[in-house]
Design a protein. Structure first.
Length: 551
C-alpha cells in the first residue's frame, strides 16, 4: 500500500504550523524552514547525493549534446562560418546571463523545482503554474526525443529495429532515475568527461587539418571564409538583408544548443552544500561556454565549407556531424565511429538530465498544490518515484517515430518544445529582475545574499530585450513571400497564447496577485541561509591540486 506510514514511500512534508494565517497561494518561505536546525523541511526529506564535483561537471558539460556535435553543421550551412560564430557567441553570452540569474536565486533558495519555486515567491504563483506546466510539457516530449535520437545513432552500426533500442534506452533511463540521485550524478560525471575529451579531440583534429597535418597534407587555413564566404545569403535573398537574416537565424539555432544550461539549480534540494556548489558552478559558466561552444563552432567553420551538401542533411547519425565531414574530406577514417559512440552517450545523458529536471519541476509544482500532492511521494532511495514514473509513461511517445504518419505528429511535438526554452529563459529573467528590485525596495544589501551575480541588473535587462525580440521574430521566415510553412508558424508562435492562457486562467480561478516589491519574502530566506552555515571546502592535496575542472 502506498501510504504515508509506509517506510519505503514517504511524502515530503512542508506543511506549516500556522497555515491558517497564510493564504494557500502565497506560503511564506519561513514556513518551509525548520527553525531549530536552520534548514528546509523538504531538504531534510531528500537525500543529498549530488556532490560538488557532480554539480561542477554537470554545469561544465551537462548540456553538450547533439546540438553541438550534429546541429552545428546546420548553423554553418544556414549562416556561414562567421554567422554561426556570431550566433553562438551572442546566445552563449545570453545563456551565461540566464545561468547567473538562476544561480543567484538558487543559492538563496536551494529547493527542488528551480524557477518554478523562485517565480512563485518573487513574482506570482500564476507565473509558477504557467511556466511549470510549460516545462513539464517540454520534458514530456524531449525525453522520448532523446531516446529516439540515441536509437537512430545506434543504427550507424546495427540494422536492428529502432523499437528495440528505444525500449533498452528507456528502461535504462528509468532504472537510473529511480535509484539514488548519486547514481545519476556519477553517470553524468562520467558522460561529461567523455564529452570533454571528445571536444578536445575533435578541436585538435580540426586544428591539425587546418594546418595541413591530415593524411592528404592539404593546408586549409581560412580558405572557406573566402570561398564560399563568411556569410550565407539566407533563403536566397541577395545582398546585406540575406546575410543579416542568416546571422539572425543563427541566434535561434544557437538557443537550442544551449537549452538546459540553466537547470543546475533544479535539484538544489538534493545537492550537498548548495550555497557553495551552485555559485562555484555558475561563476565559471562564461569560460566554459567559450571553451566548449565558441571555439568548437569557430574550428568547424574553418574545416568545412558552408555549401557542403552533407551539412544541412538531417540523417540523425554521425555522418551529418561537421567534424565527421571534415575528417572524411581530409581522409581520416576512424573518426565517425568514435564521434557516434560519444554522441549516443550524449543523447542518453541529455535524456537523463531531462528526466531529473522534469520530475523535480513536477515535484516543485506539487509542493504547493499546483499539481497533485502524490507527485511528492518518495521511494526508499528518497527520489520522487511517481513523478519519474509519469515521464516513464510518456517515453512511449518515442514509438511514434516508427510510423511515418505518427512520426509527423512527433516532429510537430518536438518543434513545439523548442520554443519552451525561450519562454523559460524569459521567465527566469523576469523573476530575477523582480527579485533584484525587491531587494532594492526593501533596502536589502546584495552583500547580505549568500552569493550575488556581477553586473546586475544591466546584463539581465539586455538579455531580456534580445530574447523578447527573438520570441516575436521567431517565425519571420514564414512572412517572406514564397516561404510560408504551417509547421514553422505554429511551432514559433503557439506557445505564446498557450502560456498566456495558463497564466491568466490560473489567476482568474485562484485569484492570485502579483507580489508587491515590498512584500517579496527575501529576508526570511537570508535568515535561513545565515542559520545554516555550510562547512568550508577541504583543501586540495597531492595530484588534486592540478585539478581545474571542479573544486
Amino acid at each position: 500500500m502506498d501510504t504515508p506510514s509506509n517506510e519505503n514511500s514517504k511524502t515530503m512534508d512542508v506543511s506549516a504550523k500556522d497555515e491558517k494565517s497564510t493564504p494557500p497561494d502565497m506560503e511564506a518561505p519561513i514556513q518551509l524552514a525548520d527553525k531549530s536546525t536552520g534548514e528546509f523541511e523538504e531538504v531534510k526529506a531528500l537525500r543529498q547525493g549530488l556532490h560538488q564535483r557532480h554539480i561542477q561537471m554537470i554545469a561544465l558539460a551537462g548540456t553538450i549534446g547533439t546540438g553541438l556535435f550534429l546541429g552545428s553543421g546546420r548553423a554553418i550551412a544556414r549562416s556561414g562560418p562567421l554567422g554561426a560564430f556570431l550566433g553562438y557567441l551572442v546566445m552563449g553570452s545570453v545563456a551565461g546571463i540566464v545561468t547567473l540569474a538562476v544561480g543567484e536565486m538558487g543559492t538563496l533558495v536551494p529547493l527542488n523545482g528551480g524557477i518554478v519555486r523562485y517565480s512563485e515567491f518573487f513574482v506570482d504563483p500564476a507565473l509558477a503554474f504557467a511556466n511549470g506546466y510549460n516545462l513539464v510539457y517540454s520534458y514530456l516530449v524531449s525525453i522520448p526525443a532523446e531516446i529516439v535520437a540515441a536509437s537512430v545513432l545506434v543504427q550507424f552500426w546495427s540494422d536492428l529495429s529502432s523499437a528495440i533500442w528505444i525500449t533498452i534506452f528507456g528502461l535504462l533511463m528509468l532504472c537510473t532515475a529511480l535509484v539514488f540521485v548519486r547514481v545519476y550524478g556519477e553517470l553524468e560525471f562520467f558522460f561529461s568527461m567523455l564529452k570533454i575529451l571528445l571536444i578536445l579531440g575533435i578541436n585538435i583534429m580540426a586544428l591539425v587539418i587546418t594546418c595541413g597535418g591530415g593524411p592528404n597534407h592539404e593546408s586549409i587555413g581560412f580558405r572557406y571564409w573566402h570561398n564560399p564566404g563568411p556569410l550565407v545569403q539566407y533563403l536566397g535573398i541577395d545582398g546585406s538583408l540575406g546575410r543579416f537574416l542568416g546571422v539572425w537565424t543563427s541566434f535561434n539555432n544557437a538557443i537550442y544548443s544551449f537549452s538546459g544550461i540553466e537547470t543546475i539549480t533544479v535539484a538544489a534540494g538534493e545537492t550537498r552544500s548548495p550555497r557553495r556548489a551552485i555559485p562555484q558552478a555558475t561563476k565559471r559558466i562564461f569560460i566554459r561556454i567559450f571553451l566548449f561552444y565558441i571555439i568548437s563552432i569557430f574550428m568547424v567553420g574553418l574545416v568545412v565549407p558552408s555549401n557542403d551538401p552533407g551539412l544541412d542533411h538531417s540523417s540523425g547519425t554521425a555522418s551529418t556531424s561537421p567534424f565527421v565531414i571534415a575528417a572524411t574530406r581530409a581522409g581520416i577514417k576512424v573518426v565517425p565511429s568514435i564521434i557516434n559512440a560519444v554522441v549516443i552517450t550524449s543523447a542518453w545523458s541529455s535524456g537523463n538530465s531531462n528526466l531529473l529536471g522534469g520530475s523535480r519541476v513536477l515535484v516543485g509544482l506539487a509542493m504547493n498544490g499546483r499539481a497533485p500532492k502524490f507527485f511528492t511521494r518518495l521511494n526508499k532511495f528518497s527520489v520522487p518515484w511517481i513523478a519519474i514514473s509519469l515521464y516513464g509513461l510518456f517515453m512511449c511517445l518515442g514509438y511514434m517515430s516508427l510510423s511515418s504518419t505518427a512520426s509527423t505528429v512527433f516532429d510537430w511535438l518536438q518543434d513545439l518544445v523548442s520554443i519552451t526554452t525561450l519562454t523559460n529563459w524569459l521567465t527566469i529573467l523576469v523573476t530575477y529582475l523582480r527579485f533584484y528590485y525587491g531587494c532594492k525596495k526593501q533596502g536589502i544589501s546584495r552583500k547580505s545574499l549568500p552569493w550575488a551575480a556581477p553586473m546586475q541588473p544591466y546584463i539581465s535587462w539586455a538579455a531580456l530585450v534580445l530574447l523578447t525580440i527573438l520570441l516575436i521574430t521567431g517565425g519571420y521566415s514564414t512572412f517572406i513571400k514564397g516561404h510560408w510553412d504551417n509547421e514553422t508558424f505554429v511551432s514559433s508562435y503557439i506557445n505564446i497564447p498557450l502560456f498566456l492562457i495558463l497564466y491568466f486562467g490560473y489567476k482568474y480561478i485562484c485569484k492570485t496577485k502579483i507580489v508587491a516589491l515590498e512584500d517579496i519574502p527575501i529576508q526570511p530566506f537570508i535568515d535561513v541561509a545565515n542559520r545554516n552555515i555550510e562547512p568550508p571546502p577541504k583543501p586540495k592535496k597531492g595530484l588534486n591540486k592540478l585539478n581545474i575542472l571542479w573544486e
